[in-house]
Write a new protein. Structure first.
Length: 460
């Protein structure tokens, strides 16, 4: 019995026992770790939308189905109304609903399968061609301001060609428009459009190409999302204008073309000038030319008048009269300048010069400067004498002040200055000496050398 109990305990220790919630949690963790966000396509069934706003449904194909849930924050962004039997494409996370232990998908995004696939393909091609630079604005060619011949690549039975011809006939009917018939829908359309574009480019008859089509669904316009057509448009030596569908429709051809028009009619408006505007411009230019001509004629008339006036002033008879007047003036001047009159004027001028010369004679100038020099010397002598007297008085005063504070005056009264012979210091106290110290005593009329016998007596 003891051996059997030990075996049961060991067996129990080797087993890992899960609770239902623990097992479901482990399975959920495994699923979430091994399945990131993925895309799944299938048919909706068992669709329900409770009051909470969440969506619950199944996605199925011929062999299997899986439960799905799309919660309200995500479901509000749907662009369509889901229903049973609808085929959709969804981006999902794989999960496990723990309360029921059911495998399910959490839907992050959902779109209708057919159009969604086409949109994915469209975006992928658009991103790849953009990365290559096919859409760069620097590569766009300038359109001719006044095209003489336009090639329209479109269906001969579509409304696009009728719209284009109607607009051009209304705006400027002198421009030639050639229909280059191509299919604009179906599998064969891209190849046919490319072939027509290449042939028309080699012919070199047109100034610009217009690629046009009326509106339609994404599938209807899919021929213009062809990569080969995009590269053919970019390689065309002749500018290409794209007018595909309605204003809200965009195709790859629109991005790669040199100009995108919202509709075929708008493309014709952009390509062809307005005849009425040109007529108004022509009339304005004609009026401006007339005004310029009138202005020039007025300038030429003024120049002619000016030349006529100059000719009148330089007429020979007028010049002879002016010469006669000049001669009379010269005769009057000559009479006023008779030799006797000139002699008198010269004598007066000579007297004036003699007077000025006498005033500026060197002897007169030298005497004046000598007198000025004597006066300056006298002034300088007086100033020097006064300066010397002031300085002598100042020196005497300083001598009296110095003598009053001089130690020599003190010595005259019988005092002496004692200086230690060895140190050369002045002795001011008996503490600075000792017996035998030799001192030098300076008195009023000389110096004495003495020796200290003790602090009370000194002998020489």
């Amino acid at each position: 019995m003891g051996l059997m109990s030990e075996e049961r305990a060991a067996y129990a220790a080797e087993r890992e026992v899960f609770s239902p919630s623990g097992l479901v949690r482990r399975a959920r963790d495994l699923l979430e770790r091994n399945f990131p966000l993925l895309w799944i396509e299938g048919e909706i069934s068992n669709f329900s939308r409770p009051a909470s706003g969440h969506l619950y449904f199944s996605l199925k194909d011929a062999q299997a189905q899986v439960r799905c849930a799309m919660f309200k924050p995500k479901s509000t962004f749907l662009r369509f109304r889901p229903a049973d039997g609808m085929r959709v494409l969804a981006r999902v996370r794989v999960g496990l609903y723990e309360a029921r232990g059911e495998f399910q998908l959490i839907v992050e995004h959902m779109e209708e399968a057919g159009e969604g696939a086409l949109l994915r393909e469209f975006e992928q091609l658009k991103a790849r061609l953009a990365a290559e630079g096919l859409f760069d604005a620097a590569r766009k060619r300038e359109l001719p301001r006044m095209p003489r011949r336009i090639g329209v690549l479109t269906s001969p039975s579509g409304a696009a060609i009728r719209d284009v011809l109607s607009v051009i006939a209304r705006r400027f009917p002198l421009i030639r428009v050639d229909l280059l018939p191509v299919p604009v829908q179906g599998r064969e359309a891209p190849a046919a459009i490319i072939a027509m574009l290449l042939a028309a480019s080699r012919a070199g008859l047109h100034d610009v190409f217009l690629l046009a089509r009326g509106g339609g669904s994404l599938e209807d316009l899919w021929a213009f999302n062809h990569e080969g057509l995009a590269r053919a448009i970019r390689a065309s030596p002749i500018p290409v204008v794209s007018a595909i569908g309605h204003e809200t429709d965009f195709t790859i051809a629109d991005f790669v073309a040199d100009l995108r028009a919202p509709t075929p009619s708008a493309a014709a408006e952009l390509l062809v000038p307005d005849g009425a505007d040109l007529s108004r411009l022509l009339h304005a230019r004609q009026h401006r030319l007339q005004r310029c001509m009138q202005h020039q004629l007025h300038k030429f008339a003024q120049r002619v008048d000016h030349a006529h006036a100059r000719l009148h002033t330089q007429h020979p008879q007028r010049r002879l009269r002016a010469g006669a007047q000049r001669l009379a003036q010269l005769r009057a001047r000559l009479a006023s300048q008779h030799p006797r009159r000139r002699v008198r004027a010269g004598a007066e001028r000579l007297a004036q010069l003699r007077t000025r010369l006498a005033a500026r004679h060197p002897a007169t100038n030298l005497a004046r400067r000598r007198e000025h020099l004597r006066s300056r010397v006298q002034v300088l002598r007086v100033a020097l004498r006064n300066r010397i007297q002031a300085r002598a008085a100042q020196v005497s005063e300083l001598a009296r002040a110095l003598n009053a504070v001089s130690p020599l005056a003190t010595l005259q009264r019988g005092y002496a200055i004692l200086i230690d012979v060895e140190t050369g210091r002045v002795v001011r106290s008996t503490q600075q000496t000792h017996s035998g110290t030799r001192l030098k005593a300076r008195v009023a009329d000389g110096e004495l050398v003495v020796r200290v016998e003790d602090h009370g007596q000194a002998s020489s």
